[in-house]
Design a protein around this ligand. Structure first.
Ligand code: GSY
Length: 178
């Protein structure tokens, strides 16, 4: 059984729905979600002329090997109707494998640790919430320490919009209820 960390993001359509659906689909015989961060609303990094993202991180325990895990997350992205507009542009759902145990993987389709995770506050902030003392195997620093170097990127904790309750007409006359 290996412990791994995933970063989830969405900035197109019903963003929270995509994150929730992704987490629901991550369970199974070969994989369990063991921790999940809050959701953060984050300014786009890279191509900046696009909407803010919802981002979060999850910890998983899995018997899948890295490339099997990549296939699984790609399948979840496809099942949820992944739309990508153009490179670094808006997307309905993105699932990045950030860390896989202390392993280093370098193939054409997969690089672990994720090569840009140490520069991205939207990754480090959510990861620090669930694994602050985890040491990045290549940087040799904890996630909490790495986070202090990227604090200028805009980010805020996201809370779901308030539900507005409308009075529901009673089918039973109120006098009967007393
Ligand atoms: O791989 C992540 C996709 N992505 C994001 C993201 O998830 N959040 C923010 N804030 N900016 C991003 N730029 C890219 S590309």
């Amino acid at each position: 059984m290996k412990r791994a960390y995933l970063g989830l993001g969405s900035n197109l359509g019903p963003r929270q729905h995509y994150l929730a659906q992704a987490i629901a689909r991550l369970g199974g015989p070969s994989l369990a979600v063991t921790a999940q961060s809050s959701i953060y609303e984050t300014a786009p990094v890279g191509y900046t002329d696009q909407g803010w993202f919802l981002n979060m991180a999850v910890e998983i325990e899995t018997t899948l090997l890295p490339l099997q895990l990549l296939r699984l997350v790609a399948r979840i992205e496809r099942t949820l109707g992944r739309q990508r507009t153009f490179p670094n542009g808006p997307r309905t759902l993105d699932i990045d494998i950030l860390l896989y145990d202390r392993h280093s993987v370098r193939t054409r389709h997969l690089v672990i640790p994720h090569p840009r995770m140490t520069e991205r506050r939207f990754v480090l902030e959510s990861l620090a919430e669930i694994a602050p003392n985890l040491v990045h195997p290549a940087a040799g620093k904890s996630i909490q320490t790495l986070l202090t170097a990227v604090s200028s990127q805009a980010i805020r904790r996201w809370t779901p919009p308030e539900t507005h309750w409308a009075p529901v007409p009673l089918s039973t006359p109120e006098s009967v209820l007393i």
